[in-house]
Design a protein around this ligand. Structure first.
Ligand code: ZN
Length: 413
């Protein structure tokens, strides 16, 4: 009991002023967010580098709201991610991300402010920290390296901290947290000069879309921030109390998202190509991805997918060229490094395989990269190195862990 008391603390929630259990202190909270921000961005699509101005704009709006929050001194950061899934998330410590797939659904800056204000409250009120303490984080499903519609397929391959970050980003908040985030988010909007009615409208739109079960929304925003008629009612009541009216910024929002809307057909073609590839129709998928590349030749993601399609079609040289291109356009992105590394291993280019897989692991450690680094080491007759890599992969689960354990047993026999 004494031991329990030693490790159990109580603290006042900085947003609501209520007493709550506090097992994870503020320095730990901030460290977690800071460490997991970059890997979590990458597992959720990576940065939308095509339009850096857009991230500056989102940051500007986010900072306006953060200044009005109950924890203005958190090290807030805002980024736009390269994902069509309409979603937004917040890691502890104010590390926030919004997907381009959500930005295309919004009409003005006040609506954007309502999304960001809501996420700021999740971070400021320590919602995900509370859920972690209660052991309520979802177990992100098993993975494969098949074609899939979302980046979530990576979740089951992630190791260590990167997997915690993904769980935090994909965790479903309870209705209580959602109502709290709406409530204080609306107050922050009002303080920052935005029309809080925009938050009510947005919830109405989301509720309608969720009732229509719009594809994409189901595994995006609705899964993590479930809409409800109660949210619409409560928000509407609050706005009546504090008074609507204020800045909307429809023209500014249209101008700032002009590039995004212009290149949108390219991402639609990419998403169709992904769907066709996952259904096994590689010829049709190739046509679609070529269309995407024609519209937006600067997008690394398109070459990564085309490389995988070429691989399926046994066009090895072309696949290699495309993976190289994806890596050269976005060298930090772990996913492109993995594709490039696995491809190089298949071609027995060991040094290239090792470099790419190791660099992928530097940013986002995955079981598949550890396993294949072990294979590279075996081919290079580096027994100790192979054992170290296989041991690491064996800590994961599923087929990859099994293969690693088998190879480990063969080496240590
Ligand atoms: Zn939420």
């Amino acid at each position: 009991m004494a031991l329990m008391l030693l490790f159990t603390g109580c603290s006042v929630n900085p947003v609501t002023g209520e007493n709550e259990l506090s097992l994870i202190g503020e320095s730990q909270e901030l460290a977690m967010g800071a460490e997991q921000y970059k890997p979590t961005q990458q597992t959720q699509g990576g940065q939308f580098y095509i339009d850096p101005e857009l991230t500056l704009y989102v940051r500007e709006v986010g900072n306006k709201l953060a200044r009005e929050s109950d924890r203005p001194d958190l090290p807030y950061e805002f980024v736009v991610l390269n994902s069509s899934v309409p979603n937004a998330w917040a890691l502890p410590g104010g590390k926030i991300a919004v997907n381009r797939g959500l930005l295309t659904k919004l009409e003005d800056e006040a609506q954007l402010a309502s999304v960001l204000g809501h996420e700021i409250v999740h971070a400021a009120a320590r919602h995900s920290v509370q859920r972690m303490q209660k052991g309520m984080l979802i177990n992100v499903g098993m993975a494969g390296l098949g074609f899939a519609l979302s980046e979530n397929e990576w979740a089951g391959l992630l190791m260590g901290g990167a997997s915690v970050g993904a769980q935090l980003a994909l965790a479903q908040y309870g209705q209580g947290d959602e109502l709290e985030s709406d409530h204080y988010g609306i107050l922050y909007m009002k303080e920052a000069g935005y029309d809080p009615q925009a938050a009510v409208e947005l919830q109405e739109i989301f509720l309608r879309l969720s009732e229509g079960q719009q594809a994409g929304f189901v595994d995006g925003l609705f899964a993590t921030h479930p809409p409800s008629s109660k949210r619409v009612r409560e928000n509407s009541k609050l706005v009546d109390e504090i008074g609507g009216g204020g800045y909307r910024g429809a023209d500014v929002y249209k101008k700032k998202t002009a590039t995004l809307r212009k290149v949108q057909p390219a991402y639609e073609a990419h998403d169709q190509a992904m769907k066709l590839a996952s259904e096994g129709d590689m010829d049709a998928a190739l046509k679609k991805i070529n269309r995407a590349i024609e519209i937006l030749p600067r997008e690394a993601m398109f070459y990564a997918l085309r490389g995988r399609i070429y691989q399926e079609q046994k066009k090895q040289t072309r696949a290699t060229e495309d993976f190289e291109k994806a890596v050269s356009m976005y060298p930090e992105m772990f996913m492109y490094r993995i594709y490039n590394g696995l491809n190089a291993l298949k071609l027995n280019n060991l040094s290239k395989a090792r470099e790419n897989l190791a660099r992928a692991n530097d940013v986002v450690p995955t079981s598949i990269a550890f396993l294949r680094l072990g294979d590279v080491a075996v081919k290079e007759n580096k027994r100790d190195e192979a054992i170290a890599y296989y041991s690491k992969a064996a800590e994961s689960s599923g087929d990859i862990a099994e293969e690693a354990r088998r190879k480990l047993a063969a080496l240590t026999r």
